[in-house]
Design a protein around this ligand. Structure first.
Ligand code: DGJ
Length: 697
């Protein structure tokens, strides 16, 4: 028996290859030391009507060896039978902390290397598989998951996942699975609005709370994907995740190697909140030095002017934005020629001369003279039917020869996986960033691929269009970051349609949703923060009443909500009164002072927006202070006319004996008081949210 233990900051993950050598299996995964004892995953008893492989907590198995329980890999030769029956071929050397376990199927000509990597200073392990055709024949892969993850769940599985649709992304949901399979995914060529490629699991026998052992996975893939969660008769939960090839089968040419996307694994002994902190730490480290740059307070003109972008209106907005303390002015959709609405203009990307009669460069210069950085919206994958680009290159879009191409939002999608399209997109973006002093790029994508073919050039071999598109999307982002390191990039896909771990690693911030209505936004952000860090969560203060959520909430509520991540303003501030502007300036000043803690502090999610009061606590890394953002998420009516007591928010992670002082009111509390009695929130109709700084004294 071969046995290896991977160690992260606080956890360990032990893998064994039994003497029969047919698979690797998980022996223990949890807090450090959990491997010291008999494996909680080891099966016992016979497996009538199944094979031992079906019952095993196997790390990765092909159909063939695992015929019934769900295989991670489904492979055949063209015209051949499905299945692989491989044998352990040894451990391969790794660079850095990790593990590589090779399995070989001589007959089929397939080598599969199960790869593991621990991420220093986090509790995250990365897993992926490298598949190589080592025989004379090509191979076809109908399923090529990144990994399987086994979790013992004696009481059945309690799964937490993020579900949604456009303008309702990242809704946190729970489901209990005693037996059977629960599946989520996307076939939209992006991670999608419907589900995030992220799931958390607990043993349902343990009450949900801040001390519940919690396991999670997140698939770093910006294309189509699936995750399924099956609980078998042995009360073993098996999470399987991978990409979903559009063509059904992917070609692995003889001699070629195919690398699956990475599946990120995380464990926390501190419930869903603890798991969120593990993901946050990981995302901060992934962001590297870029992540530590202060995120500028932006103004984005989309909700104020829509497509009616023109110089004077934008400059008026910019002057007001600068006066209230914004640091960056972003012109959204509508800045380029032939874009009076969403029916035309995409693809040609020439600044609209009528809208900017003095020239686009002069316009940007005037924005910058106001002391603001300049940012611009682009949708590089999109093309409008009447555009010059489409007339010149009708074969650059996804289309099936002889079939009509479906329009969504009146536009078509470029086949970014083509080399010529990648070069074209990178060239014009690169030129745009060279020609103008742009320091922020919002990359949007507003339609999924439908007729996903490659017109004109019939394919000699099965294509892998999804992988090619995703690879080039990431390639362009990486090239832009290298060529223009000062430019921050916002990832957006009609709101939160492409906010997976890989897209987040390739950008600086993401736009979680087009819904900025404060009460709805609170729910979206609550879900988002379970999976992703505040320093990537862009959020705007918009006008009341907004597009999607007309429930009345004060400007205070709107600011405190948007300050929970990366603050932006999206309202028509030209119409704001002097008092409103003064209030905005006060909030922006407050936020600038404390944003480093909001973006880099340890997050404790206090309650949920479905509670009467909820909040988010950010603990400064050096322990010197706590920031608490709190909202009256319950009824507004009657406060404070009815008898009662202030709502309270119980804080987390404080030392009971320490003392804390509220910077604004001077009130002092012991840690024990804040932990057990809670921070009082005396809501009134005009006081429906609060931003509190508690200094440790
Ligand atoms: C969808 C985005 O999510 C919005 O923020 C905005 O940029 C529009 N597209 C513009 O068309």
């Amino acid at each position: 028996m071969n046995r290896w233990t991977l160690r992260t900051a606080n956890t360990s993950y032990t893998v064994e290859v039994p003497d029969h050598g047919r698979w690797a299996e998980l022996s223990a995964w949890g807090p450090r030391g959990v491997e010291d004892g008999p494996s909680p995953l080891a099966g016992h008893g016979r497996t009538p009507f199944r094979t031992a492989a079906d019952a095993a907590p196997a790390e990765y198995l092909p159909f063939g060896l695992r015929p019934f329980g769900g295989a991670e890999l489904d492979v055949r030769r063209p015209g051949g039978e499905r299945g692989s029956w491989w044998q352990f071929a040894g451990e391969q050397p790794t660079e850095g902390a990790g593990l590589r376990l090779a399995f070989l199927d001589d007959l089929l000509g397939l080598e599969a290397v199960l790869c593991y990597e621990t991420v220093p200073d986090t509790d995250v392990i990365r897993r992926w598989v490298e598949l190589t055709g080592v025989g004379a024949d090509d191979l076809l892969l109908a399923r090529l998951d990144s990994a399987a993850v086994n979790i013992p769940v004696p009481g059945g599985a309690r799964l937490t996942y993020l579900v949604g649709q456009w303008v309702q992304e990242f809704q946190l949901k729970h489901i209990q699975v005693e037996r059977g399979t629960f599946a989520i995914g996307s076939t939209q060529g992006v991670s999608g609005h419907e589900y995030a490629p992220w799931i958390a699991a607990q043993d349902a026998a343990q009450p949900a709370g801040p001390a519940t052992p919690t396991w999670g996975i997140s698939l770093a893939w910006s294309g189509s994907w699936h995750i399924d969660a099956s609980v078998d008769s042995g009360r073993l939960l098996r999470l399987r995740a991978g990409r979903e090839p559009h063509e059904g089968e992917v070609l692995l040419p003889a001699g070629g190697t195919l690398i699956t996307p990475q599946l990120l694994l995380a464990f926390s002994a501190e419930g869903l909140g603890g798991l969120a902190r593990v993901w946050h730490t990981h995302e901060r480290l992934e962001s590297g030095p870029r992540g530590r740059r202060p995120r500028p307070v932006l103004y984005n003109s989309w909700e104020a002017t829509g497509f009616a972008v023109e110089q004077d209106g934008q400059l008026e907005l910019a002057r007001t934005a600068a006066a209230i303390g914004a640091e960056l002015f972003v012109v959204d959709d509508g800045w380029f020629a032939n874009r009076p609405d969403d029916t035309s203009g995409l693809g040609d990307w020439e600044p609209d001369r009528d809208a900017f009669p003095d020239g686009f460069g002069a316009f940007i210069g005037r924005i910058r003279d106001l002391g603001l950085d300049f940012g611009l919206w682009v949708e590089p994958e999109a093309v409008s039917p009447g555009s010059r680009l489409l007339a010149d290159h009708p074969d650059w879009i996804y289309r099936v020869e002889g079939r009509p191409a479906t329009l969504i939002r009146n536009q078509l999608l470029l086949n970014l996986g083509r080399d010529d399209v990648r070069k074209h997109v990178l060239t014009w973006l690169d030129k745009l960033l060279h020609d103008y002093p742009i320091s922020y790029l919002k990359w949007d994508m507003n339609r999924p691929p439908t007729e996903r073919g490659r017109p004109v050039s019939p394919l000699p071999r099965p294509a892998d269009l999804d992988a090619a598109h995703v690879a080039n999307y990431h390639h362009i982002l990486a090239a832009l970051r290298t060529g223009h390191p000062h430019v921050m990039i916002e990832g957006c896909a009609g709101g939160g349609g492409r906010a997976d771990a890989a897209a987040i690693a390739a950008t600086d911030v993401v736009w979680p949703s087009d819904n900025t209505g404060p009460q709805d936004r609170l729910t979206i952000q609550h879900g988002f923060l379970h999976a992703h860090s505040p320093h990537v969560m862009s959020s705007w203060v918009t006008d009341s009443t907004g597009f999607f959520d007309t429930r009345p909430r004060s400007p205070r509520f709107r600011f405190v909500t948007a300050m929970a991540g990366v603050l932006g303003i999206g309202a028509d501030i030209r119409a704001w009164t002097v008092e409103q502007r003064a209030e905005a300036a006060r909030w922006i000043t407050w936020y600038k002072k404390w944003r480093a803690t909001i973006h880099h502090g340890a997050v404790h999610l206090l309650g949920a927006p479905s509670d009467d009061t909820c909040g988010v606590q950010y603990s400064a890394p050096d322990g010197s202070h706590e920031i608490v953002l709190a909202w009256n998420s319950g009824l507004l009516n009657g406060l404070p006319l009815l008898p009662g007591r202030p709502n309270r928010l119980r804080l987390h992670g404080l030392e009971p004996a320490a003392r804390y002082q509220d910077e604004a009111t001077g009130s002092t509390y012991s840690g024990a008081h804040l932990l057990h009695a809670g921070l009082p929130c005396a809501w009134r109709t005009d006081f429906d949210a609060d931003a509190v700084v508690l200094r440790r004294c």
